[in-house]
Write a protein that binds this ligand. Structure first.
Ligand code: SF4
Length: 252
């Protein structure tokens, strides 16, 4: 019977892998699905992508865990520029994913995972990174072939963070975000977006370029703002900061 761990390389999934290794739980593969922004650009926040490639995957491979990386042929950009065929917005660009109803999840993330699962034997067991203090999500595992090792070994979300930290496997994304997700995620918090604007202007510009497209079904990037409104907001903040720093710098 095959045992696989679904791995986003966030704290909960990596803590699950660490528990499996520590307790000698059967583990054949860690399965990671990378959403792509376009053909060449990962949808991961760069700090997290580097952590995955330079730290987490090498660690798993050194530990004897095979890592399977899945990618959909459909990218964010393809999804964005897709012309809708039905509904009130027929004829418009699909444009930005919606909060709570993410078409990227539906079109780019889930299909390769479903296809991979179909290739497994029916009795395969899937380890899921759900912590012992996430009762509602745990209840949904009842009657499935999905198992939470965090629950089995009674680790809360906080414990999972500490386990990863002590193993040197805590993604740097947690320095500025509560969770790991695509850099274009409509659920991203303001700090994550501020970080993207300041530290990854080339990715931010790609989002600004998307905003320029006409005839979009959705104009808002998230529940409250268009991406160009966020741009204005963050620029104003950065200008304020520069002004303040200049005031605090003693004249030569
Ligand atoms: S992280 Fe956000 S944008 Fe990416 S698939 Fe999930 S909900 Fe969609």
């Amino acid at each position: 019977m095959k045992h696989i761990a679904s791995c986003s390389f966030g704290k909960d999934s990596l803590a699950t892998v660490l528990l499996a290794l520590e307790h000698g739980e059967p583990l054949d593969e860690a399965v990671y699905c990378e959403v792509m922004f376009d053909e060449y650009t990962s949808g991961e926040v760069p700090e997290h992508r580097d952590f995955i490639l330079d730290c987490a995957i090498p660690f798993l491979e050194r530990s004897g865990v095979r890592v399977v990386t899945l990618r959909s042929p459909i990218t964010f950009v393809q999804s964005f520029y897709r012309i809708l065929k039905k509904g009130a917005n027929a004829g418009k660009l699909n444009a930005w994913p919606l909060c709570g109803l993410c078409c990227i999840q539906r079109d780019c993330k889930l299909p390769p995972i479903r296809q991979y699962k179909r290739s497994l034997e029916r009795d395969a067991v899937q380890y899921i990174g759900i912590a012992s203090d996430e009762e509602e999500r745990l209840a949904r595992l009842d009657g499935t072939r999905k198992v939470s090792l965090l629950s089995k070994y009674n680790l809360t979300e906080h414990d999972a963070t500490e386990l990863c930290r002590s193993a040197g496997l805590l993604s740097p994304i947690y320095h500025f975000a509560k969770r790991n997700g695509c850099f274009f995620c409509p659920n991203a918090g303001m700090n994550e977006l501020r970080h993207l604007h300041r530290h990854h202007p080339e990715l931010w510009q790609k989002l600004m370029d998307c905003q320029k497209a006409e005839n979009k079904a959705t104009e808002l990037f998230n529940r409250s703002y268009r991406i160009d409104e966020l741009d204005e907001l963050f620029r104003a903040e950065e200008n304020q900061l520069t002004l303040f720093e200049n005031m605090m710098t003693p004249a030569a």
